[in-house]
Design a protein around this ligand. Structure first.
Ligand SMILES: *Cc1c(COP(=O)(O)O)cnc(C)c1O
Length: 373
């Protein structure tokens, strides 16, 4: 029998590791007779806010709408520019365009692939109202640098934490540095539901109150719409109950991700792979991503060696057909272009066994020997 491919992630194993607790949570919700925005949602918001050290958490239907509502709550829309990166899978760009604003693409740092504060400073205009800083692959962006630039120009700072649940620097969690932190609970995320989900966190109670209105038709109270720009973006009780089961395990899962990434980095340190930094808890390794110029050939050989891989993300946002149609062509951003051609994601998830890590290591080292220089 041929060996099964080691997957980049495996939601079935993740589910199996806590199936009983999840079934119990589902049963509790089914029996309750209340299915959207109820006690489970309230409890989860409280627990997640406490975990983050934020005053308020407002849950929504998904991470992209969290970003969109973060812009809307600051009344950012047509005529306004929002700075973001182009190597992070179109999420922030989708939110900016849906809010009616114009994305302005900022290049990334060569070592972390997150937003360059220097390039940010160069791209701000009098129309710029906000910056969305994405913590990519679990690695926190340079918030000190970004906040210094943004605060000097009076811009709102929105953190995209959809890949960085639980990341922290100097004991301060990702999501609590800027004005609003946005999260996705898509099933593959470090903290994932069993369907779609999202949340925003903030220390500003007025902002939280407006967000609660915007996620439900702009209602200040039932059937009274007071806030413009409202929509329907609510979290289900079922998803909130699942998230409450999982939240207490998030730190342990992140530690296992970091452990696997450290094993890989150690094993690949003398190869030609460009590795990500893993110094501290500012990287919770949502994805283990390495870089090399011969990426596509490398992946093909890995497939033959029954090791799964993926590319996050192959196309810069400004080169996507939908964006080109709306905004026209864009000058290439050098580090962004390089990243999109070179990044490759290797298997890394909490339930990955040590023996599988060894298999990936051997396969990667063998494949690299066969690649032309
Ligand atoms: C997953 C993701 C999102 C969007 O989340 P959805 O819940 O799928 O809308 C936003 N930003 C980043 C960086 C993500 O990885």
């Amino acid at each position: 029998m041929s060996k099964a491919t080691i997957p980049v992630q495996d939601l079935k194993r993740h589910y199996n590791s806590m199936a009983g607790d999840l079934k119990g949570a589902a049963q509790r919700v089914l029996d309750s007779g209340w299915y959207v925005l109820g006690q489970e949602v309230k409890a989860f918001e409280k627990e997640f806010a406490a975990y983050l050290g934020a005053r308020e958490c407002v849950s929504v239907a998904n991470g992209t709408e969290a970003l969109e509502l973060a812009l809307r709550v600051f009344q950012i829309g047509p005529g306004n520019e929002v700075c973001t990166v182009a190597n992070a899978g179109m999420y922030s760009t989708t939110a900016i365009l849906n809010a009616g604003a114009t994305p302005v693409f900022v290049d990334v740092e060569a070592d972390t692939l997150t937003m360059s504060p220097n390039d940010l400073a160069a791209r701000i205009t009098e129309r710029t109202k906000a910056v969305i800083a994405t913590h990519l692959y679990g690695c926190m962006a340079d918030l000190d640098g970004i906040l210094a630039v943004a605060r000097a120009r009076g811009l709102s700072v929105i953190e995209d934490c959809a890949q960085a649940h639980g990341a922290k620097r100097q004991d301060r969690m990702a999501g609590t540095w800027g004005d609003i932190g946005c999260f996705s609970f898509y099933p593959t995320k470090n903290l994932g539901a069993l369907g779609d989900g999202g949340a925003l966190c903030t220390d500003d109670q007025g902002v939280a109150e407006r967000l609660r209105a915007l996620r439900q038709y702009g209602w200040s109270s039932r059937y009274h719409s007071t806030f413009r720009g409202g929509r329907n973006s609510r979290l289900d009780e079922l998803q909130a109950a699942f998230l409450r089961v999982k939240l207490p395990m998030l730190d342990r899962w992140n530690q296992r991700r970091q452990q696997i990434a450290r094993l890989y980095n150690q094993a690949f340190r003398d190869t030609r792979l460009i590795l990500s930094k893993l110094d501290d808890d500012s990287n919770v390794v949502h994805l283990y991503v390495v870089r090399l110029p011969q990426r596509d050939q490398f992946r093909q050989l890995l497939t033959e060696a029954v090791v799964g891989s993926d590319v996050h993300y192959p196309v810069p946002d400004y080169s996507q057909d939908s964006v080109r149609e709306q905004l026209g062509g864009h000058e290439p951003l050098p580090e962004t272009e390089r990243a999109c051609c070179q990044v490759v994601t290797l298997p890394c998830f909490p339930e990955l066994a040590d023996s599988e890590v060894d298999q990936v290591v051997s396969a990667v080292r063998a494949v690299l020997k066969r690649l032309p220089a």
